[in-house]
Every structure is written in structure tokens, then in C-alpha cells.
Write a protein that binds this ligand. Structure first.
Ligand code: HEM
Length: 167
């Protein structure tokens, strides 16, 4: 009986490792369940703490933005992919985050009008984020500038509230 339990333990552990290796999860970043607020927070706090390792380019297009966010550090690159996909899922299911910050209230108020396409790159992500709604497109552009400020300034920037564009 003991041996069976030990074997199940080993199989479960190797499955966990295999799924970790094939996903964008980085061991040790969070003990929380992926998809939970606690997990997403651990990921973005780690990104903020490693902001100096992140390079970001934003190209504004008439209906939104095209962004490239990358790192030479492979763990940070994985977390960038993990974060972008997790935030896309939050936008698509209106699972709100950071609601004390007016920019994020507005982003989620317009979530149903936002289209996010993510391409994983070897060092991170390329994101095309657009809307057919003119104001939502401006919100996307303002949010992208704020993400650039997170990447430039790290946790210090995350303490600030950000105003959405005037309607
Ligand atoms: C260094 C820190 C961070 C980096 C590098 C980062 C990166 C990104 C990237 C690449 C995207 C895709 C959209 C785009 O490229 O503009 C994104 C979207 C998003 N991020 Fe972050 N992020 C950071 C911090 C945060 C924090 C602190 C929060 C919330 C507490 C957050 C919440 C979101 C949300 C809600 C979205 C989807 C909404 C949207 O794109 O309009 N991010 N982030």
C-alpha cells in the first residue's frame, strides 16, 4: 500500500514537472492555483521586481497598439508570456483586477470591445490589441503606455493610480 502511494506520488510529481516545462510557468514563482488572483499577483510582482530585465516597444495603430515585450532572461520571458495570456483570459471573462486604479476600471468596463491577439516569441510576447470603438482604442493606447511605465519603473509605478483618457 505504501509503495503504491509512493509510486502515485512520483507519477504526479513528474506530470507536474512535465506540464511546467511545456507551459510558461516558472517553478517557485507562486504556490497559488494558476488563474487565481493570488497566482496572477505573484507573476506581475515578479515582473515588476525584474523590470530592469524587460525591453518593450509600443507601436500605436489607428485602432489600438502593437507591442513587443521581451527579456533575454528565459524565466522572465516565460513570465511575460504567462502574464499576457492570463490577462487576455481576464479581459475575455471580465475577471477584474486592480480595481482601485481608475485605468483598470475603465479597461474592464470596455473589455467586451477589446480584442487581444498574442504571439509568443522566443523571448516574450508580441501583442496586437485593438477595438472598433474609438474610445476603447484610446484606452488600449493609454493602458499600453502605463504597462511601459511599469516596465521602466517597476514596483514604484505600480503604487500609483493612473487616469484613463478623457471621453
Ligand atoms: C513590469 C510589469 C508588467 C509587464 C511587463 C506587463 C506586461 C503586459 C503586456 C505585454 C500586456 C499585453 C498588452 C500590452 O502589451 O500593452 C499586459 C496586459 C495587461 N496587464 Fe500587464 N504587465 C505588467 C504589470 C501589470 C500589473 C502590475 C497589472 C495589474 C495589477 C497588469 C495587468 C494587466 C492587464 C489587466 C492587462 C490586459 C489589459 C490590456 O492589455 O488592455 N500588468 N501586461
Amino acid at each position: 500500500m505504501r509503495r503504491t502511494i509512493a509510486t502515485i506520488g512520483i507519477v504526479a510529481a513528474s506530470l507536474a514537472l512535465a506540464s511546467c516545462a511545456s507551459s510558461n510557468r516558472v517553478a517557485g514563482v507562486s504556490d497559488a492555483e494558476p488563474g487565481s488572483l493570488a497566482y496572477d499577483r505573484d507573476v506581475f510582482q515578479t515582473l515588476l521586481g525584474n523590470h530592469e530585465l524587460i525591453k518593450r516597444e509600443v507601436h500605436e495603430i489607428p485602432d489600438g497598439v502593437e507591442t513587443t515585450t521581451e527579456s533575454d532572461n528565459s524565466d522572465v520571458a516565460k513570465l511575460l508570456r504567462d502574464h499576457a495570456h492570463a490577462m487576455k483570459a481576464r479581459i475575455e471573462s471580465d475577471r477584474r483586477i486592480r480595481q482601485w486604479d481608475p485605468m483598470f476600471v475603465t479597461v474592464f468596463n470596455y473589455a467586451s470591445k477589446i480584442r487581444m491577439e498574442i504571439i509568443d516569441t522566443p523571448k516574450g510576447v508580441r501583442v496586437r490589441e485593438t477595438s472598433t470603438d474609438a474610445y476603447a482604442a484610446r484606452v488600449i493606447q493609454a493602458h499600453a503606455k502605463m504597462v511601459s511605465a511599469f516596465a521602466a519603473n517597476g514596483s514604484e509605478e505600480a503604487l500609483r493610480a493612473h487616469e484613463p483618457p478623457q471621453e
